[in-house]
Design a protein around this ligand. Structure first.
Ligand code: SF4
Length: 504
């Protein structure tokens, strides 16, 4: 009964999760497209990190058994190879693959665990505790086999790095020395392993484990649907969703342990904010709230013509453009519907050229299409405002014009966030994708008819891929991107129209 590094860390989070992974995999939720994209980006980052330790060899994953991997690792160590990628070892029934194993001048070994997440000067070691467990089990195995390990590092993306146009791997990556923390964890590992083996030796009986905070820490468990929805019968919208702000997990678990799961069962004295009271009351009475005063207050902030604006961005752990930071949101597209007082609509748009840094052209186009002092309407202002501030910093020649836009932005989400318009089916949320089917159902149908790009995630993934497509596909996908973003601002026009009708 062998454990891998990932099974070991899974067991640390929850023994039931470990057991399910071994014996009842079918109940686990498959990773979604977003998780797969993160995984793919992680692989790319891992390959790049190997370049920091050149002239090494990689143990092939495909086409070899673990025994062969272990034997090949041993062979290369015996041949005095200084850098081995995916070096594979087994000890005490634990199999580990070390991302980068480096042999030093003094013939000790260094372990580098590569992560695609970012590190910056404000972070503390405790923020990466989950990764230290990854390194600690590798240290345990190698130490047990008699290797002299002089250092354990977590290699992460340095989010303070700004690319000058030429990628500098030594600045992109940062090695966080966790040797001390890893050594401190060693004494506990045999006990953990014993516990895991005890549970796994009982193939027939799933471990009993109450749901709780550990289901989300350090990762959302892939048995969430099974344990929460199937076994504990927690509905999609429950008491857990009502108390969803701040650190309310203790309160939620207390209520759950008292048998309170459904929204309608929450005692009145547990509802401590006006918003909670409103949301619960609406749910119980299947209510619709239209606060005309609040909605009118919002509408009165608008002046014609209204510039309905929406951005699309992509992000990448490895910057490729001058003045780009890791994971920076790069604006590559916008759609702009200009609504005149008589109802006439004009449409303007921008979509960057594939394979280029789209930001400066994006800025130029946007400021030429949006005059000073006009009313700019966005949905969820934080996103657009933050991007505009970043662009103003990166392109100082347009700074003044960009920053002046900030003062004219009005947030269409406001009446929904404030619950001036609230339907119980919104279940406490107010994203435009949820609000739109209520306010403008015909627009929801239009989204369903979209091809290739149907949501922000699709748009984000599509733009960076255009450069690798043939001409025909580039044309097809560019059209799909334009159609999608066009619909986003048209939806805003329709939502506003419907909002006005509600107070007529
Ligand atoms: S959902 Fe929670 S209780 Fe269930 S296996 Fe995962 S961590 Fe354990």
């Amino acid at each position: 009964m062998k454990l891998s590094k990932s099974l070991y860390t899974r067991g640390l989070q929850c023994v039931k999760s470990l057991w399910l992974k071994k014996y009842n995999k079918d109940v686990l939720t498959e990773p979604d497209d977003y998780a797969k994209a993160i995984f793919a980006a992680g692989n790319k980052v891992g390959d790049l990190a190997c370049e920091l330790f050149p002239n090494g060899k990689e143990i092939p994953y495909e086409g070899t058994t673990f025994e062969e991997k272990v034997a090949l690792t041993q062979k290369w160590i015996d041949e005095d190879l200084r850098n081995i990628y995916e070096a594979t070892f087994e000890y005490d029934d634990v199999l580990v693959m070390v991302d980068i194993l480096h042999k030093t001048e003094s013939n000790s070994f260094e372990i580098y665990e590569v992560k695609s997440s970012s590190w910056n000067s404000k972070k503390k070691i405790k923020d990466i505790e989950k990764y230290i467990h990854d390194a600690s089990i590798q240290f345990y195995v190698l130490k047990g086999l008699g290797y002299n390990i002089s250092k354990c590092s977590i290699t992460m993306i340095n989010s303070d790095y700004v690319c000058d146009g030429n990628l500098d791997l030594n600045q992109l990556f940062i090695h966080i020395d966790v040797t001390k923390e890893v050594i401190e964890l060693q004494d506990n590992i045999p006990t953990y392993l014993k516990t895991f083996k005890k549970y796994l030796s009982n193939k027939e009986n799933e471990p009993e484990k109450q749901i709780g905070e550990h289901c989300f820490k350090p990762y959302k468990c892939d048995a969430y649907d099974y344990c929460w929805k199937h076994q504990n019968k927690i509905p999609d919208y429950s008491m857990f969703n009502v108390f969803n702000k701040g650190n309310t997990i203790k309160k939620k678990m207390r209520l759950f342990n008292d048998g309170i799961v459904n929204v309608e069962d929450i005692p009145d004295d547990e509802l401590t904010t006006e918003e909670q009271k409103l949301v619960v009351d609406s749910w119980i009475n299947k209510g619709l709230i239209i606060n005309k005063e609040g909605i009118n207050e919002f509408i009165n902030k608008l002046t014609y013509p209204i510039y309905h604006l929406d951005f699309e961005t992509f992000t990448n752990p490895v910057p490729e453009f001058k003045n780009q930071k890791p994971y920076q949101q790069i604006c590559f597209q916008y759609s702009l519907h200009i609504e005149h007082e008589n109802g006439d609509l004009e449409h303007k748009e921008f979509l960057g050229k594939e394979g280029t840094d789209p930001r400066e052209e994006f800025v130029k186009s946007m400021i030429s299409n949006i005059p000073s002092n006009v009313c700019i309407l966005v949905y969820n202002e934080n996103f657009e405002k933050t991007r505009i501030k970043e662009l103003a910093k990166d392109y100082p020649e347009y700074r003044e014009k960009l920053l002046s836009m900030l003062e004219n932005i009005v947030d269409l989400a406001e009446p929904f966030r404030k619950k001036d318009y609230y339907d119980y089916t919104l279940k406490g949320k107010y994203s435009i994708k949820l609000v739109m089917p209520l306010m403008a159902p015909h627009m929801a149908d239009a989204y369903k008819k979209l091809n290739l790009v149907q949501n922000g995630g699709d748009a984000m993934n599509t733009f960076p891929k255009l450069i690798d497509m043939n001409e025909e596909d580039i044309k097809k996908y560019r059209e799909a991107l334009l159609a999608y973003c066009h619909l986003d601002t048209l939806a805003m026009v329709e939502v506003l129209k419907s909002l006005k009708e509600k107070v007529r």
